[in-house]
Design a protein around this ligand. Structure first.
Ligand code: UDP
Length: 378
């Protein structure tokens, strides 16, 4: 046993955990089946622009310890996410705020917007009552209660159903609670106190975390699992938990994504980093223009070209990249059974999005790694 920890996965969970254990004087080996570190935050520099190769990653949190931690490893720029939504050629601001309400209904004051929304929310509440429900049971009911039918049908239903590949009335209500609803003219997608993108790309953050730690890339844990299990006293597994247990309780359902990366010979393609296409019949959910994550004002025109990515939702089949866990009650119950098996593995620590089977943003992933490392140090 040459190492104290073999860390499977060089994404945020694995990198943070490895960093903290190295600080404790532990010998760590990190392996990843991909040819790069950083997991889905990987953003290589292509023609002078950092491209978010696995979808837009915008760091945001209000967790003081996480803020403090990441700021020790990277300098964050002032990027604030304020996506635009396009529906039948009309533009709307997101998240749902006074700008959206004005664009939708022409209302100009919070009182007018509240009145409009209340009328539609009343309808949604009446429908729930008719069904004998005290709480919304699915995303559709939740969305109608939050923003009413006009916004639901224009900005949510089409996007959600293509994103998840099923009808909104079969999805859990929590997904739509991620989005704020506010009665001020504020297009900031997040409510968090801290937001930005690491200057120089996410590789600055992960390279700093993994500095001085042995990393082996293009190494698949599952090819040679028995050998890998022998190289360290403990294994930290941040891959899919169902795969670790050979799918003995079946596959946990995921939604996958396909990215179409394009270079465009024009300096400013869409004027914003994120533009959502909310109609069901547009096959992609959004177009990302990467330079806007790191160039502001006149700097946008410094380069005569731009990089864009069209994001297509895709069915997950074994072998495809698992992106979004589909946390239905049945899937969560299945994950619970895997968790019970995991609890019996005294030499393996499980953590991160794929092991926890949770819809984690980056900051909660880091929070989990900080907690896991703290628990280990006890
Ligand atoms: N959503 C929507 N319309 C939009 C953007 C988001 O209906 O224009 C819904 C959709 O169901 C999505 C959820 O809100 O899955 C969460 O969106 P978010 O932008 O947080 O998703 P992510 O960036 O993680 O894909």
């Amino acid at each position: 046993m040459n190492y104290d920890y073999l860390i499977v996965g060089a994404g945020l969970f694995g990198s943070v955990f490895a960093h903290l254990m190295k600080q404790q004087g532990k010998r760590c080996l990190v392996i990843d089946k991909r040819p790069h570190v950083g997991g889905n935050t990987y953003s290589p520099c292509i023609r002078g622009i950092h491209r978010h190769d696995y979808g837009a990653h915008i760091f945001h949190t209000s967790d003081p310890e996480v803020i403090d931690f990441v700021c020790q490893h990277a300098h964050f720029n002032r990027y604030t996410n304020s996506p635009i939504a396009i529906h039948r050629g009309k533009l709307f601001n997101l998240p749902f705020n006074m700008n959206t309400f004005h664009q939708m209904w022409g209302v100009k004051t919070p009182a007018e917007a509240q009145a409009m929304l209340e009328e539609q929310r009343r309808e949604a509440r009446a429908e729930l009552q008719r069904l004998g429900l005290s709480q919304p049971q699915n995303l559709e009911q939740q969305a109608l209660l939050l923003v009413g039918k006009d916004i639901y049908h224009t900005l949510i239903k089409g996007y959600t159903e293509k994103q998840w590949g099923c009808t909104a009335n079969t999805l859990p209500p929590e997904i739509i609670r991620r989005l704020p609803v506010r009665f001020v003219f504020d297009n900031n997608y997040f409510n968090d106190s801290f937001q930005g993108i690491p200057e120089g790309g996410y590789n600055v953050l992960t390279d700093s975390l993994l500095n001085g730690i042995e990393v082996r890339l293009s190494e698949d844990f599952f090819e040679g699992r028995e050998e890998w299990m022998k190289v360290a006293k403990k294994v930290v597994f941040s891959g899919p938990i169902d795969r670790f247990f050979d799918y003995c309780f079946g596959h946990l359902p995921y939604r996958s994504l396909r990215f179409e990366h394009l270079e465009v010979e024009e300096s400013n393609f869409q004027g914003n980093a994120v533009v959502n296409y909310t109609e069901a019949d547009v096959p992609y959910t959004r177009i990302i223009e990467h330079k806007h994550f790191e160039s502001f004002g006149e700097d946008v025109y410094r380069l005569p070209h731009t990089l864009i990515t069209k994001e297509y939702p895709a069915a997950w089949t074994p072998g495809a990249e698992p992106f979004y866990p589909i946390n239905t009650p049945e899937a969560n119950a299945c994950h619970e059974r895997y968790k019970q098996l995991a609890a019996q593995q005294d030499r393996v620590i499980f953590g991160g999005r794929l092991a926890d089977y949770r819809y984690y943003d980056m900051a909660p992933t880091i929070r989990c790694a900080l907690d896991a490392a703290r628990k280990e140090a006890q």
